[in-house]
Ligand binder design. Sequence first.
Ligand SMILES: Cc1cc2nc3c(=O)[nH]c(=O)nc-3n(C[C@H](O)[C@H](O)[C@H](O)COP(=O)(O)O)c2cc1C
Length: 153
Amino acid sequence: MYRIASAIEVANEIAKMPESSTRLSKHLKNQTAWFSTFFRDVPMLIALSGRSYETDLERGVKISPDDLDKIKNYPDLQSSGASIQNLLLAATEEGYGTCWMTGPLYTREKIQSILKIKGPWKLISFVAISNPKEISRKVKEKRNIADEMVILD
Ligand SMILES: Cc1cc2nc3c(=O)[nH]c(=O)nc-3n(C[C@H](O)[C@H](O)[C@H](O)COP(=O)(O)O)c2cc1C
């Protein structure tokens, strides 16, 4: 129910986006619409929300949380990304197929209201989880770590 309502909002929002008259433009919009709404059909959808928090440094210095966030290059968002990646790795290890989805955030405010996510929390991403048709077991040739790294003396 939440998913269908969210998918409809996203599809409507994308449909409203201005397009040029080329076929490519239409194609890209259609592709984006699918890329951003297929979550409506997956067996499990996780909505990750997050909020910024006050660090020890913020309590000790006179810099606004927003400025500090900029200076430190958005550690809250970096942490969220790491948590999502860990979630994807764990689900993959269990044999599930996953998709990290920020496409639906075109209509973040509306989806937040459908999902009852209230400030200071913000929807960060959806993660779609499903049973893959096939599991890729292709193991790439092991590479030599020394060939991949640049060591700065
Ligand atoms: C931050 C982020 C957001 C993404 N959002 C979407 C999305 O909304 N819809 C989607 O289908 N895939 C989304 N993806 C998945 C990418 O499309 C996927 O990583 C890409 O297809 C990689 O394909 P590959 O493994 O074949 O290189 C997202 C990935 C990242 C890292």
